[in-house]
Every structure is written in C-alpha cells, then in structure tokens.
Design a protein around this ligand. Structure first.
Ligand code: SF4
Length: 202
C-alpha cells in the first residue's frame, strides 16, 4: 500500500537531489511505481559497481540520523591527516555539477559530522567526464537548504501534486514526463501552466 506521507520517516539523501531538480518529478517517483529509472542513475550505478571492484578507498558507508531526518550511503569517505571528507562521483556529461549535487554532498557532510562528532565543512564532487574533483565548502545556506528540503519532503502527500518546474529545459528527457504532461496541460489548461515557462506552448 502506498503511504500517504513521509512524516516520521527518514528521507534518503538521493531524494533531496531529486526534489531540488523538480519536486513534481520527485512526487511521481515517490507515488507512482511505473516510472523508468533515469539513464544517468543506471549508468552511475554501473560505474560505481566497476569502481567498487578496485581497491584503495573507504567506500559505500551507510549513515542515518533521526535528528537530521536523513539516511544514505556515502560513495567514498576520504581520510586525510585525521579528517574525513565525503566524496560523491558524478557522470556529468555537461562537465559541471548542479545545485542539487551541492545539496546532496552537504547532506552527506551533515550525516558524517553527526556520526563522528566533529565538523565536516568540506565535501568533494568528482566528475567522471572531466576527471576533476571540486571542493564544496558547506555553508549555513547549504545546511538550511538540507533542513528545509527534508521538511518539505516529509510533509508531501499523495493528494497534493507539486507544480511544474519553472525551467522547461528540465523537462527534456524527464522520466516522469508521460505522467506529468506539461505541454498537454499548457494546451488544455493554460491557467495551470502560468509562470512555468510552459505557457508559451499553449
Ligand atoms: S516533465 Fe518537467 S515539470 Fe514534469 S516532472 Fe518532469 S521536470 Fe518536472
């Protein structure tokens, strides 16, 4: 049976990233069973599987926190002169990372610092496409963003569908598009597409 909301449940870190990309897509992923797994996620998993057969890193460490309302598995944890830093690897064909990736690494930093009882103010995003890693300095804004998104996800309910994204470019290739139908809605119910960028398609 589909649960109607997330209250009192831990939110998986990957859900934060999905929510930042588009709350509506996250809604469909949460409440509908038939949405195809995005290619990037599948590809990322296969790369992770390949990496995990090599040696040398502390990898795939699971953390959970009732205080943060979060749980998730950190891809890699780097240890350097006594400090621990989470690393998240991305396929990133664009050659760059996104705000949603920053939220994800911030959430891992928060989970890690609660687990070890010490501040973790830096995480790394490694991009396969450029073979570079980027240091993300975790700010109060990152911390607030994680907390707010966890609250929003926990208060979601099946009978309240989030609005369309305000960036229609995100809809290209979106795995939930056949359920969401932004173009069709803009044509049939243009008032529901106001302020989304899809009103131009009416
Ligand atoms: S089609 Fe666009 S608005 Fe609809 S869920 Fe996907 S990204 Fe969001």
């Amino acid at each position: 049976m589909t649960r109607t909301n997330f209250r009192d449940e831990l939110v998986h870190v990957s859900a934060l990233q999905e929510y930042v990309y588009c709350p509506r897509r996250y809604y469909y992923q949460r409440y509908h069973d038939q949405i195809a797994t995005p290619y990037e996620l599948v590809d990322g998993r296969s790369k992770h599987a390949a990496q995990s057969r090599r040696g040398g890193w502390t990898r795939e460490r699971y953390f959970r926190s009732d205080t943060l309302g979060l749980h998730g598995k950190i891809d890699l944890v780097e240890s350097d002169r006594g400090s621990l830093t989470p690393i998240e690897r991305k396929r990133a064909e664009s050659g760059d990372y996104y705000p949603s990736d920053e939220v994800q690494i911030a959430a891992y930093c928060l989970l890690l610092e609660e687990a070890i009882g010490e501040p973790v103010n830096v995480g790394y995003i490694y991009l396969y496409s450029t073979d570079e890693r980027h240091a993300i300095h975790i700010t109060e804004e990152h911390r607030d963003a994680v907390s707010k998104i966890v609250s929003r996800i926990q208060s979601m309910s099946v009978d309240s569908i989030p609005p369309f994204t305000d960036n229609p470019n995100k809809c290209n290739g979106c795995s939930a598009r056949e359920y969401c139908m932004p173009a069709e809605t803009a044509q049939l119910e243009p008032e529901r597409a106001q302020g989304t960028g899809w009103e131009d398609h009416a």
